[in-house]
Design a protein around this ligand. Structure first.
Ligand SMILES: Cc1cc2nc3c(=O)[nH]c(=O)nc-3n(C[C@H](O)[C@H](O)[C@H](O)COP(=O)(O)OP(=O)(O)OC[C@H]3O[C@@H](n4cnc5c(N)ncnc54)[C@H](O)[C@@H]3O)c2cc1C
Ligand SMILES: NC(=O)c1ccc[n+]([C@@H]2O[C@H](COP(=O)([O-])OP(=O)(O)OC[C@H]3O[C@@H](n4cnc5c(N)ncnc54)[C@H](O)[C@@H]3O)[C@@H](O)[C@H]2O)c1
Length: 454
């Protein structure tokens, strides 16, 4: 039986974007999802974590914060539930899908097929192979938002976005948090100066940091978790939260049989049009490992559908101008390349500490900075300040400020254009303008410099 033109597998951000895009383009769509529509972002990711962060900021108690988390999740989930999707003309099937033939899956014993399939089965928490971990009742992001009472103490394993956001929010809600990161610094993928600022802020929030600290083993004693680090130190806490990344949901999907290839970590291989190695099958979102964020999952879901309908000018997912924001306080935001990725190029870097930004001074929030990178392009070289190549911002509203550099990158804008645009005083964004001005002259005693050599 053919269920229409598009079969979408997975009802998270990527699957919802694919289903809605296909529907708006007038196609018949069936969405098959094991979990409720909304996926990780709504139930175990962005929505509960950002609510927890805001509740901690607002000074709520732990149980008050968790009550607000549940209320917010229900409210957001209601905007995208099965009834909403059906009223938009999307056929929704709840169940686990598995490929049984080309562009054909089986769900609860029923076969469904379509001309095109979008694979958007997302991911789940990755649990590292630490000896002893399997014997412990550890928390993950699938369970931490179900807590009603605060643990007196908590070890957070992993200093990526999840570990940093939750360590800070939970510490502010009164939990004694120790954060253990195996890499030498927090947020290893981001600007090293951002890691330094964040480490200082987390310490001042009372979080104990152990970076560069691989875990040797984990055991339990008297109902407590004991985490033994490679240097012999033992960290003891009531609960342990594993926040060491995510792994894709690709096992048991029958991908090999239909020619959908995966990499060694199990992510589905896609090209820039989100096409997989199997004809008529695209993939989008966390299952691809291309860019693990909701806004990227939405963008990929749209591309997966639209690229399949066109022979020329096919849309592509362009990760270069897509921002990433870690919603700690201050926020850490980045777009494009970080400095070490530009080493040994002719790019230049401009830097402005938030202590020189009037808005940050008025807010008594001077930790942080704006860094912009711009480089010569084509025969125009450094004219107009050069093209914007990347930005890293640490500031209370970095998650908003990053969109100007993102727009500049998306449109190939010269840094000088950002500098010429009159910004409102004393906005946070004015820091971006003043940093960009360093590419066309000396501003506030600062001028852009060559990027550091590799
Ligand atoms: C704590 C936390 C905080 C986060 N905060 C942010 C943030 O602030 N901003 C941001 O941009 N990103 C954030 N993220 C990342 C974001 O949540 C994910 O990138 C995004 O939700 C991925 O969406 P997806 O559609 O690819 O996958 P998912 O949301 O995982 O959806 C996959 C869906 O597929 C279903 N499924 C799985 N297997 C099958 C199958 N065989 N058959 C049918 N259905 C199946 C699942 O039940 C699920 O509904 C956060 C993540 C976490 C864990
Ligand atoms: N604000 C946001 O946009 C946001 C927030 C949270 C999560 N996310 C996304 O969700 C996904 C998961 O985030 P995450 O932070 O869990 O993953 P991550 O992979 O970004 O970071 C995991 C961290 O854990 C560390 N680690 C791994 N094994 C370890 C071990 N045994 N002991 C100690 N440390 C260990 C790694 O070095 C790494 O720094 C990512 O795609 C992330 O981008 C986004």
């Amino acid at each position: 039986m053919t269920d229409g033109e598009v079969l979408v597998l997975g009802g998270g951000a990527a699957g919802l974007a694919a289903a809605n895009t296909a529907r708006r383009a007038g196609m018949r769509v069936t969405l098959v999802s094991e979990g409720a529509p909304g996926g990780d972002c709504t139930f175990t990711g962005c929505v509960p974590s950002k609510t927890l962060i805001e509740a901690a900021e607002a000074g709520l108690s732990f149980s008050g914060a968790m009550t607000r988390v549940r209320r917010t999740v229900s409210r957001v989930a209601a905007t995208e539930d099965e009834d909403v999707l059906r009223s938009d003309g999307i056929d929704v099937v709840r169940g686990r899908a598995r490929f049984v033939a080309e562009r054909t899956v089986e769900v609860d014993g029923h076969r469904r097929s379509a001309r095109r399939v979008v694979l958007a089965t997302g991911g789940r928490p990755a649990v590292p192979p630490v000896p002893g971990l399997g014997e412990l009742a550890y928390l993950t992001t699938d369970t931490v938002f179900d807590l009603m009472d605060p643990p007196t103490s908590l070890v957070v394993l992993g200093g990526g976005p999840v570990g940093c956001e939750l360590a800070q929010a939970l510490a502010r809600l009164g939990v004694g948090v120790t954060l253990v990161e195996q890499a030498p610094r927090l947020l290893p993928g981001m600007d090293p100066d951002a890691s330094d600022v964040l480490a200082r802020v987390l310490r001042s929030d009372g979080v104990r940091l152990r970076t560069g600290a691989p875990v040797r083993e984990v055991r339990s004693s008297d109902g407590k978790a004991l985490v033994e680090l490679a240097d012999g130190e033992v960290v003891r806490a009531e609960r342990l939260l594993v926040a060491t990344g995510r792994r894709p949901n690709t096992e048991g999907l029958g991908l090999d049989a239909v020619g959908v290839r995966t990499d060694r970590r199990g992510h589905v291989l896609v090209d820039r049009h989100m096409a997989t190695t199997a004809r008529g099958v695209s993939a989008a979102g966390d299952v691809t490992g291309v860019f693990g964020h909701t806004h990227a999952a939405y963008a990929m879901g749209r591309v997966a559908v639209l690229a399949g309908t066109r022979r020329t000018r096919r849309p592509a997912f362009e990760p270069d101008s897509v921002p990433r924001v870690v919603f700690t306080n201050p926020e850490v935001a980045t777009v494009g390349r970080v400095e070490h990725e530009l080493a040994d190029t002719a790019a230049r870097a401009a830097y402005l500490p938030m202590s020189e930004v009037d808005r940050a001074v008025t807010a008594d929030a001077e930790a942080g900075f704006v860094k912009l990178f711009a480089g010569p392009r084509g025969p125009l070289g450094h004219l107009g300040g050069g093209r914007v190549l990347g930005a890293s911002i640490v500031a209370p509203r970095a998650g908003e400020m990053i969109h100007e550099p993102a727009l500049a990158m998306r449109t190939g804008m010269f840094a000088g254009r950002l500098a010429q645009t009159v910004h409102a005083y004393p906005s946070w964004s004015m820091a971006v303008q003043r940093t960009a001005a360093q590419f066309v002259g000396t501003h506030g005693g600062r001028t852009a410099r060559p990027v550091a050599v590799g």
